[in-house]
Design a binder for this molecule. Structure first.
Ligand code: ZN
Length: 326
């Protein structure tokens, strides 16, 4: 049954039953590693770093239900924050993003090593030895607004290359994350341009739309096929048609933080709007105007809840993938 969320979004998805995956096989709850016995990379697919982003849990459940196993190397399937998803309530679907703090802002060595404790920090510390052994990560997320799905590749060219190899979603965002703390995607060698490890965060669509889960499933199978962990016959039935438009990437130049309680946008932005003229006012943060810094500025993932310390929106420029970095 569909239901309207506080943002007037239709809630079409329900959390899958992940209890069968609690035991796992690694000693860490909700973590399962399949070892092919053949040499190869360690790949990890993770979902529900944010407990209200159901698509990742649905995609992982899909892989389990279809007995997906790697042809080479190892594959770890990780329900990152099950305590948060356990609090999911379709009447308040946004409330279960985390229990104590945002689990996608704690992935720096100093934060992981400090004395502070929270549900999310404890969980991140439990996952850390596994993450330290991962060569290639796919972290499945979703968004507040009805934006086109995005691949967040990080700023290094290696992330963009991996994103382009998946051929979908159509928009790649090369960004550095949030001032409020480091994302899993940016942890350790994932963000080091000279390290072979690589990671993608995919924003599969709006949190509770059915199509978002379909995109998460598609992305997971594309990722495994790209790593040659599954063959194309296995992946094929679960793939969506390739995007009708060529992939493009957005070079993110600015992350606009929120400083005041009364921060608001000038329009009802959902993301990927292109603001033609430099200096256009796109919002107010208290008495301060938020202006676009250059012509043809793209708005990336404008937040619908604007709270001090959070990122309001990221700003960038569309670039042609074939044109390279220059
Ligand atoms: Zn998320």
């Amino acid at each position: 049954m569909t239901q309207l969320s506080p943002f007037d979004q239709i809630v079409e998805l329900s959390p899958p039953d992940i209890e069968p995956y609690r035991a796992g096989n690694t000693g860490v709850p909700f973590v399962t590693t399949f070892d092919s016995g053949q040499a190869g990379p360690h790949a990890m697919i993770c979902g529900i770093v944010h407990g209200n982003e159901l698509c990742g849990a649905i995609a992982l459940d899909h892989l389990f239900q279809h007995d997906i196993r790697p042809r080479h190397g190892r594959l770890s399937l990780v329900f990152a924050n099950p305590d948060a998803m356990a609090q999911y309530d379709p009447a308040r679907p946004a409330a279960s993003r985390f229990v104590d703090e945002d689990m996608n802002r704690v992935w720096s060595p100093d934060v992981l090593a400090n004395a502070h404790r929270s549900v999310e920090l404890d969980r991140a510390r439990a996952l850390r030895p596994l993450v330290d052994s991962v060569d290639t990560l796919l972290d499945l997320h979703s968004m507040q607004s009805n934006s086109t799905p995005l691949i967040l590749s990080g700023p290094a060219p290696k992330g963009r290359t991996l994103a382009a190899s998946l051929e979908s979603p159509a928009v790649i965002v090369a960004d550095t994350g949030h001032s409020a703390g480091r994302r899993l995607r940016d942890y350790g060698g994932f963000s080091d341009p000279n390290d072979g490890r690589n990671a993608l965060l995919v924003e599969c669509g709006q949190h509770w739309r059915a199509g978002t889960a379909t995109m998460a499933i598609d992305t997971a199978y594309r990722f495994l096929a790209q790593l040659d962990m599954i063959d194309t016959d296995t992946a094929g039935p679960h793939l969506l048609p390739a995007p009708a438009v060529p992939q493009r990437w957005i070079d993110v130049t600015d992350a606009v933080g929120v400083s005041h309680e009364d921060c608001r946008f000038a329009g009802d932005y959902s993301g990927l709007e292109v603001i033609p003229t430099a200096g256009t006012v796109i919002g107010m943060d208290g008495a301060a105007e938020i202006r676009t810094p250059y012509d043809d500025c793209v708005l990336v993932m404008p937040a619908r809840r604007l709270a001090p310390g959070q990122t309001a929106v990221r700003l960038g420029r569309y670039r042609d993938l074939a044109a390279g970095d220059d």
